[in-house]
Unconditional design. Structure first.
Length: 259
């Protein structure tokens, strides 16, 4: 998928926030992420909780996968980064048991490229409105594509996206803990309120994650997960309690980024 003309000499300023579910047996949760402002790359992953029935912490798989992805882009120029190649390289080097969804995003020369497997993903906000949201890959309701040990899905099945980005765009990458609880318009409103306060990216990420956590605990409110459940013929009310990872990135002129 590709659209738009690229804008040159743009970079990102990024920040992140993570709220694990609070499971005493897995205090680190099952999400993992990284970002590199030098390489202009973001990665998020969500270990699939179903492995717990076999006594396996899928969070270990997600963390190792993101460590390997971060190592794959370390010291590389943004123009040298291909998100799907990064995903494949990280997958081949990850030996922990388990499986995970994953999304890798790179920005270079005014062009955003991404590879997404499963129901983690990203959206791009421009002028206060969502201009793009990555589609989830699912075999069925609450059953996302996933890569890992003994998984039928592979990283080369990740959907690739290419689009132009502009100065002032906001990229929000997250695991499904955000997207299952907040509608795009909720995210837009929260981001807009943060921008009015001239908040840093990490404040945007924190505010979104906390809003999603609050929504996940409510049973008498509409949520994207509730809508998806209804469409699948499954009874579910309110939000979905889950690990929540958010990475917020501002697209800014390279000349304004002082390393």
């Amino acid at each position: 998928m590709a659209f738009g003309k690229p804008r040159s000499r743009l970079t990102i300023l990024a920040g992140s926030f993570y709220i694990p579910k609070g499971n005493p047996s897995k205090p680190r949760g099952e999400d993992a992420h990284f970002y590199s402002e030098e390489a202009q790359v973001i990665g998020v992953a969500d270990g699939v909780g179903g492995w717990a029935r076999r006594g396996i912490d899928a969070g270990e798989y997600a963390r190792e996968l993101m460590r390997n992805a971060a190592e794959a882009v370390h010291g590389r120029h943004p123009t040298d980064v291909d998100p799907k190649d990064v995903l494949i390289d990280a997958f081949l080097k990850t030996g922990a048991p388990g499986s995970s969804t994953a999304c890798i995003i790179s920005i270079s020369g005014g062009r955003l490229r991404a590879a997404n497997l499963g129901d983690s993903g990203f959206l791009v906000i421009r002028g206060g409105k969502t201009v793009y949201k990555s589609p989830a890959q699912q075999h069925g309701f609450n059953y996302p594509y996933q890569m890992g040990s003994k998984s039928a899905d592979l990283p080369d099945e990740a959907e690739e996206m290419v689009m132009a980005v502009e100065r002032g765009d906001i990229v929000i990458a997250a695991t499904d803990g955000l997207f299952d609880n907040l509608f795009p318009e909720d995210i837009e409103e929260t981001v807009e309120l943060c921008l009015k306060k001239e908040s840093l990216p990490e404040v945007v990420a924190c505010t979104l994650a906390r809003a999603a956590r609050e929504k996940s605990l409510e049973e008498r409110t509409a949520s994207p997960f509730e809508v998806a459940a209804y469409e699948a013929g499954v009874e579910h009310f309110g939000g979905k309690y889950d690990d929540i990872t958010v990475v917020a990135a501002y697209v800014v002129p390279d000349s304004l980024y002082f390393r």
